[in-house]
Design a binder for this molecule. Structure first.
Ligand code: PA5
Length: 448
């Protein structure tokens, strides 16, 4: 196959000229080359760069084997993780799975649910109640192995599983994905004898979807991980530094968004017209927000699901402060066809659409919105995905990762660290009086 996802910046050019974009071609190329030479900031976290093309057959077969075991034994699989150890898997699974399959009694794959991505007591209680009497397994993902949210959820779920099936069987139903040598999860997994996968040292959380972090849950969900890897490998070649700027969609996107940022468009809204892409946008927000939001600069990343949010945020986008631009994820062809039926009475007045595809209506909403938003001062970047399939999602993942690396270098930051994430943890540990935080505990009490 390998039709390709495409980028169209035509509806940006009345805000930022083509000359301005092209004037940055050399800079984008230089940033792309810097990534590949490994000479830029954060160069110890570039393991994602050539990851797709280096994934081995043995590795994929092993992931598929573990996934098959979990599928065979479990009605439900709980994926425990947060941030980069959670969003990639959920983004892909929700983009490519039937939206209502989890409600079917005769489904062929386990229901995938998530834990450790929040500390909501009601959420974990309701999840544990849901799991009662069901056969379930756990994929516990934490690179550091010490993150509070997943550690807390795993402690509860592990005890529930052991109480239900016994310690001996529970260990066959738990998979740990963590650091090769360090961290509490690594120690625990070794001691308990869990099947373990390693997150490479040089791949940061938000770039880890094509490691076991994403691939194992995705395979458990019954999706074709080989096609995802094939799509990503294809995009690895399409965005290599050797590919001319005019054809290099990662360089083009990186330059365009930075030029818009410089022109005062400080907020990028990722819009989709397909609700299955909701979590893809959540993944994208982390990828760009955590990579670029530092040193008091960086585009703020937001997302909307259209047409749903046209009835909530549409007013702000059309007429609010003119500091936004929009990047639209447009799926060219749905996987299913539904036609508008004829109705004798036509009380809803929709017979003018009879025989038309629902997607035709959606596309006209998309086009109408694009024109209205551009008229309203919102530049529009369009990314077209031929269809929601494993291959195209693989392409999209790598495209956004590559563009993110280039874009961060254009902005002048280290796109691969996240020093700001520690601030809340430090305060939380101080407030919780975690061992080792006694002094901070005393100090923070004075501020309350
Ligand atoms: O991208 C990141 O680095 C973060 O979002 C982490 O993935 C997240 O904080 C979870 O960390 P860990 O996998 O160490 O539990």
């Amino acid at each position: 196959m390998n039709k390709v996802i495409s980028l169209n910046v035509d509806k940006v050019l009345s805000f930022v000229s083509k000359e301005k974009i092209d004037a940055n071609a050399a800079l984008a190329k230089q940033c792309n080359e810097t990534l590949h030479k490994g000479t830029g900031k954060g160069n110890d976290f570039l393991g994602w760069l050539n990851l797709p093309s280096s994934i081995s057959e043995d590795f994929l077969a092993d992931i598929e084997k573990t996934a098959a075991l979990l599928r065979e034994k479990c009605e439900v699989v709980v994926v425990v993780g947060i941030g980069g150890s959670y969003l990639g898997a959920r983004a892909v699974i929700e983009s490519l799975s039937n939206s209502f399959d989890w409600l079917q009694r005769d489904r062929k794959v386990p229901v995938i649910v998530y834990a450790g991505q929040n500390i909501g007591e009601d959420y974990i209680h309701e999840l544990m109640t849901f799991l009662k009497g069901k056969s379930f397994g756990i994929i516990n993902i934490s690179k550091s192995g010490t993150t509070t949210e997943p550690a807390l959820a795993f402690r509860l779920l592990k005890q529930q599983l052991e109480a239900a099936v016994g310690k001996g069987e529970a260990k066959n139903l738990i998979v740990a994905i963590t650091d090769a040598a360090r961290g509490a999860l690594h120690t625990l997994a070794k001691k308990e004898g869990y099947k373990m996968y390693v997150i490479p040292d040089n791949v940061g959380g938000r770039f880890s979807v094509l490691t076991p972090v994403g691939l194992l849950p995705i395979a458990v969900a019954g999706l074709n991980i080989r096609e995802i890897v094939a799509g990503a490998t294809f995009m690895e070649k399409e965005t290599a530094p050797e590919v001319a700027f005019e054809k290099n969609i990662a360089e083009q996107y990186a330059v365009t968004r930075n030029e818009l940022y410089k022109s005062g468009k400080k907020i990028e809204i990722l819009a989709n017209y397909n609700p299955k892409l909701h979590f893809f946008a959540e993944w994208w927000k982390q990828l760009y927000g955590e990579s670029e939001g530092k040193e008091n600069k960086g585009i703020f990343n937001a997302s909307v699901d259209f047409t749903t949010d046209l009835h909530s945020m549409g007013q702000w986008i059309q007429e609010g402060e003119r500091t936004i631009f929009e990047t639209v994820l447009s799926v060219a062809n749905p996987n299913h066809a539904v036609n508008v039926p004829m109705d004798e009475e036509d009380l809803d007045g929709l017979n003018f659409l009879k025989g038309k595809r629902v997607d035709f209506v959606n596309k006209m909403a998309e086009l109408g919105t694009q024109l209205a938003h551009v008229d309203g001062g919102v530049p529009n970047i369009k990314i077209e995905i031929p269809q929601l399939s494993e291959n195209y999602i693989g392409q999209l993942i790598y495209f956004f990762e590559k563009a993110c690396g280039i874009s961060g270098y254009i902005l002048g930051v280290n796109p691969f660290d996240q020093p700001g994430v520690e601030a809340y943890k430090k305060n939380m540990f101080a407030l919780l009086n975690k061992p080792g935080f006694e002094k901070e505990h005393e100090e923070i009490q004075k501020r309350l």
